[in-house]
Every structure is written in structure tokens, then in C-alpha cells.
Design a protein around this ligand. Sequence first.
Ligand SMILES: Cc1cc2nc3c(=O)[nH]c(=O)nc-3n(C[C@H](O)[C@H](O)[C@H](O)COP(=O)(O)OP(=O)(O)OC[C@H]3O[C@@H](n4cnc5c(N)ncnc54)[C@H](O)[C@@H]3O)c2cc1C
Length: 598
Amino acid sequence: MTSGAMPRDSGPHDTAPYDLVVVGGGPAGVAGALTAALAGLRVARVDSGPRLGGQYFRHPAVPGRAAGLDRFLRQARALGARADVLLRHQVWAASREPDGDLLVHCTTRNAAGTSREERAVVLRARRLLIATGAHDRPLPFPGWDLPGVLTAGGAQALLKGGGVVAGRRIVVSGTGPFLLPVASGLAGAGARVLGVYEANGGLGLARHPLLALGKAGEAAGYAAALARHRVPYRTRQAVVAAHGEHEVEAVTVARLDRDWNVTATHVVECDTLAVGYGFVPQIELGTQLGCQTRHDVDGSPVLTVDTTLRTTVPGVWAAGEPVGVGGWRLAELEGRLAGRAIIADARTSRTAGTSGIAGTFGIAGTASAPGTTGASSTAGTSGSTGALPTAGAQPSGAPAAGANANGAPATSPDVGDAPSTGADVGGARAARVDVGGGEAVAVVPPVFARRRERWRAFGEALQRAYPVKPGWQGWLRDDTLVCRCEEVPLARVREAQALGATDARSVKLLARPGMGWCQGRICGYAVSCLAGERPQPPRRPIAQPVTLGALASLAPDGALIPGSAPVPDSAPTSDSGPGSAPASGGAGGGAPDDHPAH
Ligand SMILES: Cc1cc2nc3c(=O)[nH]c(=O)nc-3n(C[C@H](O)[C@H](O)[C@H](O)COP(=O)(O)OP(=O)(O)OC[C@H]3O[C@@H](n4cnc5c(N)ncnc54)[C@H](O)[C@@H]3O)c2cc1C
């Protein structure tokens, strides 16, 4: 199987609402979308990238296959046959209509991604699954703005997506097991990896039985790869400064105490530095819709969900990293569970004689007639009647759940080892789960619930094993840029604090960190730490970059101008995905994986 077989842009655009729109084409989004599509729901799956895969299943342009990739590719292919797969569609906002439907606001370029022309597309949906993953979490240090300094995820995205090795003499630094695949991938691709510097102690993985259980084999594989390429792995050490006239030429590596205070230093000459201090879940679409958040073990704001992955906002589910960083296996499982809950919700709506959120949750107004959205270019699937299909029924000629694309029986071995979706929903074997208000409307078999608990505990243990310790703040100098977009040095942050700013928001208002291009995605965590508080949920009305031209194509009330003609690409009105800047991650827009399918 090759990535050339992956679905590319597909999907008719008309105006009937989808039963489900899934944002995110990683393991969570694909599993959720496929589960729902197999049961006959009309599904659209949207991703800003040129192909499905997300962060983990980016198709390697270099030899080596990620564990689970074949299975993921089967899922993605099955999804392409049953749902609208909208690639290169960047979602910048989600909103609720008075009738209860959800609008998913995207921008897109032409199918090949070669044009700079961008146009707005709005999808109307009864339900939304947020599976937007996470992006890298960098920390500032002197010289982190030099060319040649990348996030670990950025270096990996270059390699996996385009086969580009970020440099020739590379240092990898930060914390967490993610440093290992990055270093071994770079070494395997021919780079000389001069060292992996893990700021925490080396027993992180082994200390927790769950970690040892779940990752021992994988860790051993990476250890063997590093040994083969003679890459030193040093614990309680980290890069605390990068040096160079025009680009990075050397880094200062420090020995650290338990709190990451520097105890000794030495200099390593290199041309590239890849740094990563964990991940930041992307939850903007959820917070735009008013979803409640909580703080995860590592302090990151994540979306609050119940056991069926339902958020606190009717009609909105979330799965994978936006619910808490925990790895691709957990993300896939959560996608499946969310898909099952969504099927149950659709059936409940149908049984209740309603056609969506408005009926189900008592939102004022009637569900819109098919094809009418108030936004004339709103995309949807054709042939919708507004009535939700039963599991197993197909509205548009797709194979029924329980049959594959060739009409063969049996359905979704690849959506997991679950019994078939259609049989489970409402089936006698399934556990019914209370999702609020005492009403059992969703189905999560206990075996899945237990598995999710186990993997979630694993994810949390991982976060505990690789914390960010406060000593990093001592690595900064007065002139160290904390916010690169607005060029705010540490001294200005401290001035703001001296003027009375006691939280990150006040620091931002007084000193402008987070006001620029990336809207705090890169510096937000650091500014919160410097201000002495946990990171707060994002309050961004624009989740991803959108051009003034695309915005100008929207009518004043936010509806899309009929026709949604292509508009010229112009300066972004807000933030950019961190893809193109130095020390930027691979998430969000601009990921450099624009190579032809292979
Ligand atoms: C940079 C990075 C590198 C990683 N590398 C590894 C690794 O090598 N090994 C490993 O085991 N784990 C890795 N992980 C962790 C692993 O990727 C995750 O555990 C897993 O992929 C989570 O799956 P997901 O479906 O939740 O999100 P993802 O796989 O991240 O998928 C999310 C998808 O949503 C899309 N998206 C996000 N926002 C929008 C939007 N507004 N509009 C349209 N599309 C959007 C993204 O393009 C992406 O394709 C990495 C994580 C990151 C952040």
C-alpha cells in the first residue's frame, strides 16, 4: 500500500447540512469519521494538510514505516469511499446558527495547492468532532530566534513530509520521549546527530509501570537506533543558548539540577538545533463555541469531555490531543468512541423526530431546510433530506455499514477490533452510558472504556514523567526575546510586571507578547510561566490564519457571499500557523509536506 492511494480532495459542495463534520485528519479524526460514515451518517472530514495522517501518520518520504501506518491507510481509504474528504481546507472558526446547526468556516486553495489564491468555504453540520491534534511547545532561550533553530516537530515534519533533513550537524534538546524518534529519524536519514539532551532524568520512562509496559519495546527500538548511529543520549542536560552571527553555529549545553538550574556548561558546534518541550493541544474551535476546558496534568488547557467524548456544548465532540496529549493509539480509540456516540445521538434525534441539534437540545428555531443555510456557498452533501439515516442505511449510494465498498460483508476491522458499529449501536452487548441529565444516549462498551482509561492514564503518566521545571527561566537574559513576532524581550515583560501586571493577559496588554503573527501559540506558554500562572484557554476568534481577501468575501453578517469567488491572497489578518518560522512546529498551516503522493 502506498500513500498514492490516499484520498485526495473530494467532496461535492452544495448546501445541505452534514450529519457530522470532523476537523482533523489524524488518527482521531479519521477513526471518528469512518465510524460514523460506516453507520450511514453523511460525514465530511476536513484537514488543512494535503493528505490525511496528522502528526504521527505523515507519510514518510524517507524509508521506515510508523507502527500502525498500514492500518491507518486502510481506514483512510475506507473513509474516502464513504465520506467527503476535504483536504487543504483550513478551519479558522466554528459557530452556531440560530437553528442549532454548526457552521465550520474554512479557507482553501486549489486542489493542487499550487495557487496562492484562497477562497472561503463554509460547511454546515448537525454535529462537529474536533480532532485538531496539538502543536509543539517551545521554550525561549538566548538565540532561539536564530535561523537553524527549529522545534523538534518542525524538524520531523520536514523529514517525514518532504524528505528534507533539517541540517548536517544537528543537536536535539528538550524533554520527553518525542526527542527519540526525532533524533533517530534524523540520524537514519543521514544527519550527524551530535547529541540528544534530555532535561529531565533518564528514568522517566521506566519509573512508571504503565510507561514501562506501554513503551518499553518502542524505547528499546529508538535506543538501538541511536546506538547504531553513535548518538549520545544525555539526561539532566539541555541547550540553554544558541550562538551564531547569521544562523546557528554552536549551542551551549548545560548540566541541570532537578529544577533545571544550570550547574555547568559546555559548547557544542552544530548547524541545526531541534528543541521540544512537549505539546500544546489545539482547542481554539472548542473555546470559540463555548466548550468548557480543564487543565491537564502538565497544565495545558484541554477540552472537558464525558466518557463519550462529548464536550459541554451540545452537538460538539472532541477526541485525541484536544482532550489531552496521550499518543496516537489513544487518539484513534477516542475517535472511534466519539463516532459511536455521534451515531447514537443521530439515532436519538431521528427517533425523537428531530433533525438535529435544535430538536435534540431544545434550541429555539427550526432546523433549516436542506440546502438553505443563510450562507449561499455553504457546502454540504447532496441528497440530504434532513432526516438522519439509520445505522446501516446509506443516503448517497455508499455501501451500507456492514458492507465494504465492494459490497462484501463485515465492516470495520480497521476501525478497531470492535464489533461492527451498526450492530453495537443499541445492541444488547453494549453498555449504555449516561451522558448528562441522566439520559443514556451513547454506547461505550466497557472494554473500550477500560482501554481508554488505561491509555489516558498512560498519557498522564508520561506528562508527569517529563515535566517542564521552572529553572528554564534562569536561562533567559534581559535581551532574550520571549515573543519573537512582536520582538518582546524579557526586560519588557519584567517592566510590565513592575507596573503591576500579575497575569499573562495583563503582561500581554502592557508589553505585547502574543499580539503578533502567531497570536501567542509559540510564546503563550512561556509568558504564562513568567507571569506565574497556568496557561489559560485561548480566546482567539480566528483559530488559524485567514487572509483579508478571504474575510472580505464574507458578507457583513458573517454569511458567505454567494459564489464565494476566489479571492487574492493577501496579508494575514491574524496569526500564522507556526509552520514556516524558525523554531516553529509542524502543526497548523504551512506544514512543509507538499510532496507528491508516493
Ligand atoms: C509536531 C508533532 C509531532 C509528533 N510526532 C510523533 C511521533 O513521531 N511519534 C509519535 O508516537 N507521536 C508523535 N506525535 C504525537 C502524535 O502525533 C499524536 O499522539 C497523535 O497524532 C494524535 O492524533 P490526533 O488525531 O489527536 O491529532 P493529529 O495527528 O495531530 O491530527 C490533527 C490534524 O488536524 C489538522 N488540523 C488542526 N487544526 C486544523 C484546522 N484548524 N483546520 C484544518 N485542519 C486542522 C492537522 O493538520 C492534523 O492533520 C507528534 C505530535 C506533534 C504535535
